[in-house]
Design a protein around this ligand. Structure first.
Ligand code: THU
Length: 162
């Protein structure tokens, strides 16, 4: 048996070091989370998608009394982008979160299903999607590709033929 490893890379920076465009994306994700519909968890997430053509799409989590029917902020935003601008590539996504119930101390990063959803668009567009994660200590974690969040992801070009 041979041990093999996959390395992922992320960058840590702070809000003030970001470009004005990326500061704006973080600001918008912080604004968007305040509009989240999260009466059950009190966990508010904002996700902002920047498209290659400069369009900016904000989303937030939408919960439902039948819990699994709700949807995370990242998928609300990226699916809306896919629906409205099907042929425009996604450049980056900024994500912020806050809880009405507790102080967030864990790393804020998209759930597995959202990573897979973002991966779909990265594979489709054959270009990386940069992901900015706004942390509760105000630092920003950045990955240059969703594959850094989802190593060994499921992708099968063959399935696209059906
Ligand atoms: N949530 C997101 O919006 N994005 C994530 O990546 C993780 C979780 C939402 C779903 C649910 O409304 C609440 O946060 C608590 O899980």
């Amino acid at each position: 048996m041979i041990e093999k490893k996959i390395t992922t890379t992320f960058y840590q920076t702070d809000y003030n070091s970001l470009s004005s465009l990326e500061k704006n994306l973080i600001d918008l994700s912080n604004q968007s989370l305040n509009e989240a519909y999260a009466p059950y968890s009190g966990f508010m997430v904002g996700a902002v998608v920047l498209l290659e053509n400069g369009e900016i799409i904000s989303g937030n989590n939408q919960e439902n009394v039948a819990y699994p029917s709700g949807l995370c902020a990242e998928r609300v935003a990226i699916y809306y982008a896919g629906a409205k601008f099907p042929n425009v590539k996604v450049s980056s996504i900024a994500i912020s979160a806050k809880s009405k119930k507790f102080e967030i101390k864990d790393v804020i990063s998209p759930c597995g299903a959202c990573r897979q959803a973002i991966a779909e668009y990265e594979v489709k567009q054959e270009e990386n999607i940069r992901i900015l994660l706004h942390q509760s200590d105000n630092s920003i974690l950045i990955v240059e590709s969703v594959s850094d969040l989802l190593p060994f992801m499921f992708k099968s070009k063959g399935l696209q033929n059906f």
